[in-house]
Design a binder for this molecule. Sequence first.
Ligand code: HEM
Length: 350
Amino acid sequence: MTTESLIELVHSRLLPVLMDSIEQSAPIDLQDVLLRLTFDNICMMAFGVDPGCLRPALPKIPFARAFELATEVTVLRFVTPTFIWKVMRSLNIGTERELKNSIKEVDQFANNVICRRKKELSLDAMDDNKKARSDLLTVFMNLKDDDGKPFLDKFLRDICVNFILAGRDTSSVALGSFGCLIEIPTPDEVKKMEYLQAALSEALRLYPSVPLDHKEVVEDDVLPDGTIVKMRTKVLYAIYSIGRMESLWGKDCREFKPERCLRDRRFMSKSAYKFAAFNGRARLCLGKDFAYYQMKFTAASIIYWYRVKVMENHLVVRKLALTMYMKYGLMVELCKRNEAEILEHFRTKS
Ligand code: HEM
């Protein structure tokens, strides 16, 4: 389901929206468009519902906005002493109030979807195709917990919302950070796009979608460098900084060099302790392979049809949130490639 819906989304929504911007000679915010694409895609995977963010008029979707706000405000808890944000939460003031309101809106959307799906599944008259849907929500609704009971609505809601959070911004933000691409968008060949995979990994090294992560210590321990960590200590680690350490990446650590990830023109993945963009071990990103597929297919589709140029004087500044958005988006000018250019591309590739 995921591959087909992505192909459909890219061809029937993304490319026409980009084409519109060319016809109107208007620059377009590529970050916004990519966020809409991955949001529609991940909602269909999680809930089996199409929110329709990437429609030609680029409508405002309150659920998507609430989601975004929640990720922006949540990250402030990383950098605010726990007792302060807890007091703010109990008094329902400031950013904690914003967070509460946006979570309420997200939960409401999820609860409505769960309610509707339950009704659909209970209808005897509903055709079997609909009952056998493969979205995450339907799969979990048909499973039982360890005691043989159906999962509670709250669990279903949280699992789907968490999945959307994990899969939406991460991929689009990484794509936005990525500058120049060079492959042909043949879906069957996407997995073989070695250079593109290396280039995306390099973009993620320098601009990880999740720049900062944290864990809580479950029992007293000593880190490999001798640092003692006590139970319940919060440990923050900066994935952004790990990707720029000279001791790990060499003197050219700040340069964008996809060749770092290639050996004999084949993509070679780095240890998760060095390239931490997808985390590692037990908490390795579950969507890593899908994320690469989504990014490669989307990037290749755009570059195949259009030349992309970041607008002159556009300020690229990062914003602190759970995911590293660009504060002012990514305003680009697109230019449709002509047939001769595409044929030339094929000729030089064959
Ligand atoms: C460039 C794209 C992506 C990046 C950089 C990324 C990064 C990460 C990171 C750093 C974590 C660890 C969070 C933690 O435990 O502290 C994570 C977890 C996770 N990711 Fe991704 N992710 C990406 C795309 C996706 C996509 C597309 C999906 C779903 C289709 C996804 C699903 C998940 C899930 C379910 C987890 C939780 C795993 C667990 O806790 O066991 N991710 N991801």
